[in-house]
Design a protein around this ligand. Structure first.
Ligand SMILES: [Zn+2]
Ligand SMILES: [Zn+2]
Length: 340
């Protein structure tokens, strides 16, 4: 089969490789769609993560079951599935606390095992989630990033009627926006430098959009919300948004950090000591795929609105990674395995 492999910084190649063997309890999936993630971009630009032990990329993907191994009962050939990439050990103290996302011995498809930028993937039965018949299999590739956003909102203190701010309107920011809206936020302020992304945020239900290059985002947020939002989410991961995020929440509010950071930040702890603001993190998701599949299938979160292009696997570097690095109009790019 053909697969996209990463060999190092700026070095991804589409090559022939063997289909992983189908074992008992596993499922052979013919990949239909696979999304390029910010973390894939990070590996392309800054080098591979330590968790990577094999080169085939892709952890956001959907496909069609073509064969099942011995003992598999929950899916059958012909089923369309979304693949949960995280493989938790089930035994460590974090897994036992129900926090599989924080597993001490975790692996994952697209990292420690061959992933979704390939014609086929072999995954454990429990990692293959059947999609409802009426759901577009394309949206199956969005279940993973949407789960990141939904987990962040569920982990946050946000309650019905609260106000929220979102820093960064890339794929995760726009999914967070929709998750926050679905959770019942009354005001949603999106802070983003790109005109196109602010436009899209308005389309998806932001009540206000701010360009931090033109306005003092924190001052404006405080004005709009009588002293700060209940919860601010960071989906940008840079110094400026961290400082703004901490300051944009009301006294006692929460700044929830969802992004991964390429650089450390500098800030004064007084910014949260004196306001009793909470700075919290959110990482991946645990036990959330069925909920997220229902949100996407029902259109409560509109996945199609974050997809900006479909590309063939052969063009993954030029029309995928290079384009994402240079074109802020792009949001989620999916490799469409039916294109060649
Ligand atoms: Zn991802
Ligand atoms: Zn574990």
């Amino acid at each position: 089969m053909r697969a996209a492999k990463i060999y190092g910084t700026k070095d991804i190649r589409v090559e022939e490789t063997a289909i992983p063997p189908l074992e008992a309890g596993k499922v052979l999936v013919k990949v239909d769609y696979a999304g390029i993630c910010g973390s894939d971009m990070h590996e392309f630009v800054a080098g591979t993560f330590p968790i990577r032990t094999q080169p085939v990329l892709g952890h956001e993907f959907s496909g069609t079951v073509v064969e099942v191994g011995e003992g598999v009962t929950t899916v059958e050939p012909g089923d369309q599935v979304a693949v949960e990439p995280l493989i938790a050990c089930g035994h460590c103290s974090n897994c036992r606390r129900g926090m599989a996302n924080l597993c001490s011995n975790s692996g994952g498809y697209g990292y420690s095992i061959s992933g979704g930028f390939a014609e086929y993937a072999v995954v454990k039965e429990e990692n293959a989630f059947k999609l409802p018949a009426e759901m577009d299999v394309k949206l199956g590739a969005l279940v993973e990033p949407t789960a990141v956003a939904v987990h962040a909102v569920r982990q946050s203190t946000l309650r019905l009627g609260d106000t929220a701010a979102i820093f960064g309107a890339g794929p995760i920011g726009l999914l967070l926006l929709q998750a926050v809206k679905a959770a019942g936020a009354s005001e949603i302020i999106v802070v983003e430098v790109s005109d196109d992304r602010r436009e899209k945020a308005l389309e998806l239900g932001a009540t206000h959009v701010l360009n931090p290059v033109e306005v003092d985002a924190v001052a404006r947020i405080k004005e709009l919300t009588d002293g700060g939002v209940d919860v601010a989410f960071d989906a940008a991961g840079v110094q400026a948004t961290f400082l703004s995020g901490v300051s944009a929440v009301r006294k006692g509010g929460e700044f929830k950090v969802v992004s991964l950071w390429e650089q450390p930040v500098t800030f004064s702890p007084n910014s949260f000591v004196k306001t009793e603001a909470k700075i919290t993190g959110s990482y991946a998701y645990a036990n959330l795929f069925p909920e997220v599949i229902r949100l996407l299938a029902g259109g409560i979160i509109d996945g199609n609105k974050v997809i900006t292009s479909l590309i063939p696997l052969s063009d993954i570097v030029e029309k995928g990674f290079e384009t994402l690095a240079n074109d802020r109009k792009q949001c989620k790019i999916l490799v469409d395995m039916h294109l060649s």
